[in-house]
Ligand binder design. Structure first.
Ligand code: XUL
Length: 533
């Protein structure tokens, strides 16, 4: 087949701050990358970091229609660049996890009858019963979490059924809040999608099913039977099973591209769509992991995850059905204060320069002379606590640190927390564990060195920071070709080892972790997480 005809696979990532599109060919070579950034490309929605934080500081939403308009812009941009839509044979995608989209009664018909003469956002303008989608940063549903846990027999029981105790951002709790506080809008809701299945709906011109892996982030799916849990559904809203629709395995082909895409952008009528999933499950596919690898994804949120052969119920962290093989699982712990916090410290302490930030990291000692900082700019997930705290080597609170100490403190404390909670979730890190780093900050060698020192293990990166979009390309190929995933990723670039632990690191961070854990506990004193431990 000559290059003009070769098959192409598209992977989309509807993340918090942007939509990213990556296209690969059969050799897994990236042939196109296009992005639309919400804050700058759609300033009319006045989002910051892609979101609106409401006055109560815990309610966080994004206008659903903004995502639709961003998708219009993305496709228009690719068309203007002469992108060969007709060579795409399969598409899959990812969405920020847990966020929910509420389609108004009658919108299914609108989706099925889209006209190529108008844009998607013009036609879907009135398509949402709740115009602002609650997203993963939302922490306003503590009361709903407790109610759900109580109704199913306690937090551990909920974790046993759904893979997680009640978490504020989890979709079931968000749905319960809406069904209780906005009953008339809930009533006129025809379908509730996750961000991932909402995005897939725009491609197939119909409501797309939720996949098992992203569906595991809702506190609604029984991850053992792989069916909605009747008890959880009942607790969260009336008639919920029909509003959610059926679920599918993450590698299932859910349809072909819509007539709208064929007519307006010249997509190939035989181009298939594989179920979209969450950004973290898609990233798992994008790093082409081996069993036992620990993956650390450094983005708007930081997440640590790994591929598990079986599940266990814990109060910290989460278990999802594995997006590559739905007979296995993936574990994950998510931290809300990730790159935005690192960026704030870079701006305040390193004159806005990553080079200067890196120099500070290189020129300060491991262990930071005993200084520990804790940086929860927004309400953290574990512990449920907020604020900025500085402690000297005697564990006394101090008001601030010199700039270079502050830079090291933010990276050290973030990475100590990542490792500590990863171990609490049952993920093992030994000196031979491969730590695969991905996401924006994985480009910074000085940060990677701290990760290696804190984890006491070698850190690897491949030069692809968009693992969720790339993983979606791999998942598209996997779903279409029906082969083993290991065959799909055979020519995935081998990750390069970029950092190994420095001598003495293990002991320094072992001691520092004990102190960090005790200090963190004092902050969370009034939170329920702490009261249980
Ligand atoms: C994972 C989580 C975040 C979002 C970010 O549980 O809440 O990582 O998926 O997009």
């Amino acid at each position: 087949m000559d290059a003009e005809e070769a098959r192409l696979f598209l992977g989309l990532d509807f993340s918090t701050q942007q939509i990213k599109a990556v296209t690969i060919n059969d050799d897994l070579k990236i042939v196109n990358e296009t992005a639309v950034k919400f804050d700058t490309d759609l300033p009319e929605y006045k989002t910051q970091g892609g979101v609106h934080i409401q006055d109560d500081h815990v309610t966080v939403t994004t206008p659903s229609i903004m995502w639709v308009k961003a998708f219009d812009i993305l496709l228009d941009r690719m068309k203007e660049d002469g992108f060969p839509f007709n060579r795409l044979v399969c598409i899959s995608g990812a969405g920020q996890q847990h966020g929910s989209v509420y389609w108004k009664k009658g919108t299914k018909e609108v989706l099925k009858n889209l006209t190529e003469k108008a844009s998607l956002h013009e036609q879907l303008q009135n398509g949402f019963s709740i115009p602002d989608s609650p997203i993963w940063m939302d922490a306003s549903t503590t009361k709903n979490c407790r109610e759900l846990e109580d109704k199913v027999g306690g937090p551990l029981k909920l974790a046993e059924i759904t893979g997680s105790r009640g978490f504020e951002r989890y979709t079931g709790n968000q749905i319960m809040k809406i069904s209780q506080t906005r009953p008339s809008e809930y009533e006129i809701t025809e379908r509730i999608s996750l961000v991932s299945s909402f995005a897939a709906s725009l491609l197939i011109g119909d409501y797309a099913p939720i996949d098992l892996s992203d569906g595991s982030g809702m506190n609604l799916l029984d991850i053992t039977t792989k069916k909605w849990s009747p008890k959880c559904l009942q607790a969260c809203g009336s008639d919920l099973s029909s509003k959610l629709g059926d679920m599918v395995s993450s590698k299932q082909i859910i349809g072909s591209v819509s007539q709208f895409l064929i007519g307006r952008y010249n997509f190939n009528p035989s181009c298939k769509v594989v179920a979209f999933t969450g950004d973290n499950p898609a990233s798992l596919a994008g790093v082409a992991p081996k069993l036992g690898d620990a993956i650390i994804s450094l983005g708007s949120s930081d997440t640590v995850f790994s591929w598990l052969s079986r599940q266990t119920a814990e109060l910290e962290g989460h278990i999802f059905v594995n997006p590559i093989d739905s007979d296995t699982y993936m574990s994950l712990v998510c931290f809300k204060n990730g790159s935005l916090t690192r960026e704030r410290i870079k701006n305040e302490c390193a004159e806005g320069s990553w080079d200067k930030f890196s120099d500070y990291l290189k020129n300060t000692p491991m262990g930071n002379n005993g200084n520990i900082g804790i940086y929860f700019d927004v309400m953290e997930i574990q512990p449920l606590a907020q604020g900025i705290f500085h402690f000297n080597k005697s564990n006394e609170k101090v008001s601030s640190f010199p700039h270079d100490v502050e830079v090291r403190a933010v990276i050290e404390s973030q990475m100590i927390a990542r490792k500590m909670y990863m171990e609490m979730r049952g993920m093992h890190v030994g000196p031979d564990t491969r730590i695969l780093a991905t996401g924006g900050a994985s480009l910074n060698k000085a940060i990677l060195q701290v990760i290696s020192d804190v984890f006491g293990a070698p850190v690897f990166v491949s030069d692809i920071p968009n693992s969720a979009a790339l993983g979606s390309c791999y998942r598209a190929k996997h779903g279409l070709d029906g082969c083993e995933f290991t065959d799909v990723v055979r020519s995935h670039p081998q990750p390069e080892c970029v950092a190994v632990p420095a001598e003495g690191a293990r002991q320094i961070y072992k001691e520092m972790t004990v102190r960090y854990k005790a200090l963190e506990k004092t902050l969370a004193n009034n939170s329920r997480v702490d009261s249980r431990t």
